[in-house]
Design a protein around this ligand. Structure first.
Ligand SMILES: [Cu+2]
Length: 452
């Protein structure tokens, strides 16, 4: 007699036997039943693409290391041909900019986590220790891995409990700009900072190498004035916008020598926002989308690249225009620090003696914003402890009334080192200045009234 249960299990055996001729090892350690793709169909970067084994790639010989402004690169050691890394998920007392700290969650004492850097064909083993008060897991965003290494809590693996250390191991079969992030209680853990960049260099690189290869990860946060914990439930009203966890003026400049080939790898793992990143004074080409290489003829030129949540984009250009060049998200509210939005619009309002009358009730009262809002940061008003509302920075030519997702590309001739070279010295005749009466008369035929 054959039971129903036995019938099904026998049928399964028969089915697998029939498919035996089609068994292939397409993914390390995983057997797949089915026809293997024909050689001509194997796509670089796909799960079917097989690399032969390579020895661990070495910095200098195989690649020029990536620079993570305000961050660092995760160290590794080689054990029997495998690159071994260790990430520790933990609470971090993080400084966003001088004057603002908060209790975030990150990796290895920093926000965001250190950049993981490796070479195509490397075998990597990444230990993740959880020192958070709740479960976590790490997803290798865009990296082609066996399904059980993908890091989605519950789907790919069990969660990593507080105090536990999990081991991830896979061979890198692609190259480009990728990321990693928590994939457990994502809303909370990503809002608190648990992510980083994952850069894989090509094994046999052809063409010019970048002289300066920068990685910038953007994110947004809500940190209420007077508090020290980013708000994970925020959906729309973010007030701190960051590159590599820092808001201007806390962002370190990107320094390049005249003639350097510069690559900038943008990654966005903020909770909600997309960022059109704009660079002044240069034209780049978009060379990578989500870590995939754009064929040279299709590399679109431009100076603004939209980096949506979950995306990476790499751009390249030759730094052939000396100067201090702003690079920032072009959403104006994304270049503000702790901007409050619950203020009446007073632009153009004549407030008369309101200041005098209101200050009888509120000591130190001052009406602001009648002629725009640029002055607010510059006034250097007393602000609540641990807050940077409307704060910008002093520049060479005055106050820079920007904050948030803003940094500076500094291109110089005759650089001795890549340390911050200070402000750019404008060559004679290349700086916008107050127009003189003589030239106004000559060119405009009149002298516009100064009525302010
Ligand atoms: Cu933005």
């Amino acid at each position: 007699m054959i039971t129903r249960r036995k019938f099904f299990s026998n049928a399964a055996v028969a089915a697998s036997a029939a498919a035996l001729s089609g068994i292939t090892r397409s993914v390390q350690g995983a057997e797949t039943v089915g026809e293997p793709p024909k050689t001509s169909e194997k796509v670089e970067g796909s799960a079917q693409f097989e690399h032969k084994d390579y020895p661990p790639g070495e910095p200098g010989r195989d690649y020029t290391p990536v620079i993570t402004p305000n961050g660092s690169t995760l160290p590794y050691r080689v054990v029997e041909g495998v690159k071994v890394y260790h990430l520790i998920a933990e609470e971090v007392d993080h400084e966003f900019a001088p004057g603002l700290r908060a209790h975030c969650w990150g990796f290895n004492g920093q926000v965001h986590g250190p950049t993981i850097e490796a070479v195509e064909g490397d075998r990597v083993r990444i230990y993740v220790t959880n020192r958070l008060p709740e479960d976590t897991s790490v997803h290798w965003h865009g990296v082609i891995v066996p399904a059980g290494m993908d890091g989605v809590a519950g789907l790919s693996q069990k969660t990593i409990g507080p105090g536990e250390t999990y081991k991830y191991e896979f061979r890198l079969r692609q190259y480009g700009t990728y990321m990693y992030h928590s994939h457990s209680d994502e809303m909370t853990q990503i809002a608190l900072g648990m992510m980083g960049m994952f850069i894989i260099h090509p094994r046999n690189h052809t063409g010019p190498r970048a002289d300066r290869d920068f990685a910038l990860m953007s994110s947004e946060w809500r940190i209420d004035v007077g508090t020290m914990r980013p708000v994970p439930t925020e959906m729309t009203d973010f007030n701190i916008l960051t590159f590599n966890g820092r808001a201007f003026p806390g962002t370190a400049p990107l320094v390049a020598k005249y003639g350097d080939r510069v690559r900038i790898r943008f990654g966005n793992l903020g909770p909600m926002e997309h960022h059109p990143i704009h660079l002044h004074g240069n034209t780049w080409k978009i060379t990578e989308t989500d870590g995939s290489q754009v064929p040279e003829l299709a590399q679109s030129p431009g100076n603004t690249v939209l980096v949506a949540v979950g995306q990476t984009r790499a751009v390249e250009f030759v730094a052939d225009n000396p100067g201090d060049w702003a690079m920032h998200c072009h959403m104006t509210h994304h270049t503000m620090n702790q901007m409050g939005h619950n203020t009446p619009n007073l632009i153009g309002v004549r407030t008369g003696d309101l200041n005098r009358r209101a200050s009888k009730i509120l000591e130190g009262y001052m009406t602001m914003g009648e002629s725009g809002m640029a002055d607010m940061g510059e006034m250097g008003m007393k602000v609540p402890h641990n807050s940077i509302p409307m704060v910008g920075a002093q520049g060479k030519h005055g106050y820079i009334d920007m904050g948030g997702m803003f940094t500076i590309l500094k291109v110089r001739e005759n650089l001795a080192s890549y340390d911050d070279p200070g402000w750019y010295e404008n060559p004679p005749g290349t700086l916008a200045t107050l127009a003189g009466n003589e030239e106004l008369q000559r060119d405009l035929g009149k002298i516009p009234q100064r009525d302010r």
